[in-house]
Design a protein around this ligand. Structure first.
Ligand code: SAM
Length: 246
């Protein structure tokens, strides 16, 4: 387990560490649930799950069904009524509570290089930062503007329709939540899968924080990594994204 993932948060309090293994004695159902939750998760490395005695197929299947059901109760995006969104915006929105928490770690002027419908930009602004929010897509940018008004932070955010690669704005911190490419089943992703992030990095923007999928192999970049978990019952033990700090 990489150091930047809280193993206890991921696995639950029953687990304890013994050398390279995290071990717990669990009722069969709980073991099936943990197994389902860890399925396909690798953080870029190999994460192997052993259950002894082996679980029978129906128990594994039931665990997967419970996991799929639990996923429906996930940490909400925007909670204010009246927010505007399109499908991609809703799908890629950073949960409100996590965006605000991230915002509280920043200060000064933040440049959000791919703001979408504004999840992070609004989080930074609510935490007191001045924000320049950039997106290539004008429709989504207009939605972000509307949403910022709804959250009472429009006066702290400047919206710019531009390409993140070429936008020329100086800031204390740049943040990027690039498109993740749509394949959420990959067990390992790198900069090759996130070309927008790769380009922004190549252009030397620093300091830069990036929100990348949990499958990102953080060993392939020169950055500190941190796994961010959900808050709702259905994703409290699930890594929602990895934060890279360059
Ligand atoms: C993952 S979403 C951002 C979600 C946002 N952080 C939120 O929580 O609402 C990625 C956004 O990047 C935008 N995008 C894609 N290519 C871009 C580029 N070259 N420059 C700026 N924005 C770009 C897309 O239009 C999309 O809205």
């Amino acid at each position: 387990m990489p150091e930047w993932v809280s193993a206890l948060r991921l696995l639950g309090p029953e687990f304890s560490q013994s050398e390279e293994l995290w071990i717990a004695e669990l009722p069969r159902e709980r073991a099936a649930d943990v197994m389902a939750r860890l399925r396909g998760l690798g953080f870029g490395a190999e994460l192997a799950v052993y259950v002894r005695p082996r679980l029978k197929r129906p128990a594994i299947r039931d665990g997967r069904t419970r996991e799929a059901r639990a996923r429906r109760d996930s940490t909400p995006g925007f909670t204010n009524r009246g927010v505007r969104s399109d499908e991609e915006g809703r799908f890629s929105l950073t949960p409100e509570v996590l965006a605000l928490r991230l915002g509280k770690r920043a200060e000064g002027h933040v440049l959000d290089l791919s703001c979408g419908i504004g999840g992070n930009a609004i989080g930074f602004a609510r935490a007191g930062c001045r924000v320049t929010a950039v997106d290539l897509d004008g429709t989504r940018l207009a939605m972000a503007k509307h949403n910022a008004k709804l959250y009472g932070v429009a006066d702290r955010v400047t919206f710019v329709q531009a390409d993140a690669r070429t936008v020329e704005v100086d800031a204390d911190l740049a943040f990027i939540d690039p498109p993740w490419g749509g394949d959420y089943n990959k067990t390992r992703t790198t900069l090759e899968d996130l070309p927008l992030l790769a380009d922004v990095l190549d252009r030397g923007r620093r300091p830069l924080w990036a929100k990348v999928p949990p499958s990102f192999d953080a060993r392939t970049v020169d950055a500190s990594a941190e796994a961010w978990f959900g808050e709702a019952a259905g994703d409290r033990h699930r890594v929602k994204f990895t934060l890279l700090r360059f």
